[in-house]
Design a protein around this ligand. Structure first.
Ligand SMILES: *Cc1c(COP(=O)(O)O)cnc(C)c1O
Length: 232
């Protein structure tokens, strides 16, 4: 077994353990492998191992990788980085070639830009609301008290499909209580739209805590890919 397949198997076993410990069925969980900074060949190798979901955090890198390996059958792409409004058109273009979910919608104007960048006949774009779990309003994500208004706004944009919420655990604080706050935000969103039931949370360091509070989509990089080539 290659190192990559061994690490993938070990992470999947740990995910399954954490799911069962919480009384959940591991098949409810989607494991996204974060491939940022790695070459497209890694995406191809992961696909060969059965990986169906990959995550990228820069639009240009996402677009470049889709040009290289966007034809891999069944592969779903996840944009997990900060999105500027001027990237909206490129993200929509990517989504017209491959299944793509944008995890980082954190303000009305970004949602509006993603909506108005749709061309006739474009598929509906799946989006999540990114929640800022820190005390610093400058960090990515909408603060928890703004989630309901933003979700309501997104639900009014017909070319977007709201799927749920996403967050990164704050540094310097245990992840579990932060993920509890995300869970409350997820409940607010689900009350507005019962179908918007995804919770994208959990990285290499904290996926077990995320599973414990109900995460549905895990974003795991280094534990599977090994260290990133150029940091980040
Ligand atoms: C890089 C990244 C991850 C994966 O981080 P690891 O610690 O390598 O698992 C998950 N989510 C986001 C938003 C990221 O930028």
């Amino acid at each position: 077994m290659s190192d990559l397949s061994a690490r993938l198997a070990a992470v999947d076993a740990a995910i399954a353990d954490a799911a069962r410990a919480g009384g959940r069925d591991p098949s409810e969980l989607t494991r996204i492998v974060v491939t940022k900074f790695h070459p497209p060949e890694l995406v191809r190798a992961l696909h060969g191992l059965g990986v169906a979901d990959v995550g990228e955090n820069r639009q240009q890198e996402l677009t470049a990788k889709i040009a290289e390996v966007g034809d891999l059958p069944g592969l779903r792409w996840h944009f997990i980085g900060q999105a500027q409004r001027n990237k909206a058109r490129a993200l929509r273009q990517a989504a017209s070639h491959v299944p793509l979910t944008v995890h980082s919608v954190d303000r009305d104007r970004l949602a509006d830009a993603l909506h108005s960048a749709a061309d006739d006949g474009d598929p509906t774009l799946d989006v999540l609301i990114q929640v800022n779990l820190t005390d610093d309003p400058g960090r990515g994500g909408v603060l928890p008290d703004g989630v309901e208004a933003l979700a309501t706004h997104v639900l009014g944009l017909p070319s977007l499909r709201l799927r749920g919420v996403m967050a990164v655990a704050p540094l310097g604080e245990p992840a579990a209580p932060a993920f509890e706050r995300l869970r409350s935000c997820a409940d607010v969103v689900r009350a507005l739209d019962p179908g918007a039931d995804w919770i994208s949370a959990g990285m290499t360091a904290d996926f077990a805590e995320a599973i414990a509070v109900g995460a549905t989509h895990l974003r795991i990089g280094t534990a599977i890919t090994g260290p990133r080539p150029t940091g980040g």
